[in-house]
Design a protein around this ligand. Structure first.
Ligand code: DER
Length: 233
């Protein structure tokens, strides 16, 4: 199937950064999936030897189906580079991720990497984070308590009363690879992302939230004409 040309351009530019022998983190989502396909083609064409850790079962399955060798993060240990998508990228390369429900493992893999490279189409570039609903992974135990504590934290931060909606997959609740649920916070704008990240992390039932602050070192924004813009922090 023909891929979105902007996503394909970004994916190609990121794969061009991969060197033989690298230990890589493979992201999740539609852009990262295109990257996995392009990477698999390059590995086959050039006989590269890579060690890859996936950020989701979906990415692991796709990668293995294309002949890439997937190992657990613990088997590999530390990674040279993680290539992943994003839902929003702000001017400081702070991100919102989690649209694909994988931000917990994505953040762990990114944290285990020397560098995190984000690949995105122009629609992901924003002046301020928050238009995209912020995903928060929460335990199923005490779910309503956690939702109440999240609402209280938003109010304490002066973020007003916004929808804090449980993510659905069809008629069911979305369940992550770790068996947790996801709440999407419809905030419209997040003026102080560090304060919000800090407040959410303090809530016991919150496992991880989709703000990636200071983790992305290079964002490759693909254009429909096949060119890319590279944003460095
Ligand atoms: O869920 C995720 O974190 C994905 O990487 C998401 O942020 C980007 O997905 P997309 O490439 O399909 O837009």
């Amino acid at each position: 199937p023909a891929h979105d040309p902007a996503k394909l351009a970004a994916a190609r530019a990121a794969v061009a950064l991969v060197q033989d022998g690298m230990k890589l983190g493979l992201g999740t989502g539609s852009t990262a999936s295109i990257m996995v396909e392009v990477l698999a083609e390059r590995v086959k064409a050039e006989g590269l030897s890579l060690r890859c850790a996936a950020t989701s079962k979906a990415t692991a399955d796709l990668a293995e189906s294309l002949g890439l060798r997937i190992e657990s993060l613990d088997q590999i240990g530390w990674l040279d580079m993680t290539i992943d998508g994003a839902d929003e990228v702000d001017p400081d390369l702070h991100l919102i991720k989690g649209g694909g429900g994988a931000h917990l493992r994505e953040k762990i893999v990114a944290a285990a990497s020397d560098r995190m490279v984000v690949i995105a189409d122009p629609g992901k570039v924003v002046d301020q984070l928050g238009q995209f609903p912020l995903p928060v992974e929460v335990l199923q135990f005490g779910f309503e308590t956690t939702r109440t504590l999240i609402r209280r934290a938003l109010s304490d931060l002066g973020l007003g009363d916004h929808d804090v909606l449980q993510r659905l997959k069809g008629d069911d609740y979305w369940v992550t690879d770790e068996g947790n649920w996801i709440l999407d916070l419809h905030l419209q704008a997040i003026p102080d992302a560090p304060a919000l990240a800090h407040a959410l992390a303090a809530i016991p039932g919150v496992v991880e939230q989709g703000l990636f602050l200071g983790m992305c070192e290079l964002a490759i924004i693909g254009k429909p004409d096949g060119t890319v813009v590279k944003l460095n922090r």
